[in-house]
Write a protein that binds this ligand. Structure first.
Ligand SMILES: Nc1ncnc2c1ncn2[C@@H]1O[C@H](COP(=O)(O)OP(=O)(O)OP(=O)(O)O)[C@@H](O)[C@H]1O
Length: 258
């Protein structure tokens, strides 16, 4: 299938828009040990045999595209097609085996999960999460009400986070993580959790980030979320770029193969 490198539905030509992420012929290979009997000391040839059991998974096979300022790019593809690998490579968490990624500023993956502590109340966690994002205590206090309202968990904010349902936890994390303005934001399946009302609010927040001259990548299996949020869609299958373009066209082509 033909892959175009230009973004559709843009306010100007590609030359007028600032490129923020350039991915050039990106390859990512994972070296994995296939499960097998663990080598013991008695197993003299163990090391050699173990080496033979190493497999290489070629997760991305020459992906190239350019993301521009104000782009909101949906990333779709079947399970295991390489979407998360591409996102991790863009943030620098997964090294490129070959090819290159250039970014105008450090892309951030949406999330404050690691900073939060489950036995503490939602309230304390808002403060912790805010500090982890680089806000001062005063700045967090200023935004506190907004975060709690957005998460929609006010009646539970004094309870320990471990008593929250997974949806409530996800809403709180999303509410904290998006208070910062991100220039390049990656949202990997964060919208899959939470109910319909919250999903709509999250999508609105993503649009606001984009309108603030940000660039957003949204990985999702929900074509509705992608349609509602993105001006461009990248479809990856078996580590290859199948199509890059208008959401309706790319989603239609993807759904035809399913
Ligand atoms: N840490 C890892 N070590 C080894 N192989 C990995 C690792 N992470 C991913 N893979 C492999 O790389 C390929 C792409 O995986 P990836 O998680 O990027 O897919 P995905 O499109 O995000 O899938 P999903 O929609 O299921 O989340 C898969 O074959 C997967 O098994």
């Amino acid at each position: 299938m033909v892959a175009s490198t230009e973004s559709p539905e843009t306010s100007g030509t590609a030359e007028e828009r600032r490129p923020v992420v350039v991915v050039q012929d990106l390859h990512v290979e994972y070296r994995v040990f296939a499960t097998g009997k663990r080598a013991t000391e008695a197993d003299r040839g163990g090391l050699l045999r173990r080496a033979k059991r190493t497999r290489t998974v070629h997760a991305l096979k020459g992906i190239s595209f350019t993301a521009y300022e104000n782009d909101s790019i949906g990333v779709i593809g079947s399970n295991g097609s390489g979407k998360s690998t591409l996102m991790r490579a863009i943030t620098g968490l997964t090294p490129a085996t070959r090819g290159a990624i250039y970014a105008s500023s450090r892309p951030s993956m949406l999330g404050v999960g690691a900073a939060l502590i489950k036995p503490l109340s939602g309230q304390r966690n808002v403060i912790l999460g805010g500090l982890a994002l680089g806000f001062s205590k005063a700045e967090i206090e200023e935004r506190y009400e907004e975060i709690v309202d957005f998460a929609g968990i006010r009646p539970f904010i004094d309870l320990p986070m471990r008593t929250y349902s997974s949806g409530m936890t996800a809403r709180l994390k999303f509410a904290i993580a998006t208070i910062r303005n991100h220039e390049i934001l990656i949202v990997d399946e964060a919208l899959a959790v939470g109910d319909r009302k919250f999903r709509k609010r999250s999508e609105q927040r993503i649009r606001e980030i984009r309108d603030n001259a940000g660039t957003v990548f949204l990985v999702s299996h929900s074509m509705q979320s992608i349609r509602d949020t993105c001006n461009r869609v990248i479809w990856i299958e078996k580590g290859e770029l199948m199509m890059d373009g208008d959401p309706d066209e790319v989603i239609a082509a993807y759904e035809e193969t399913r």
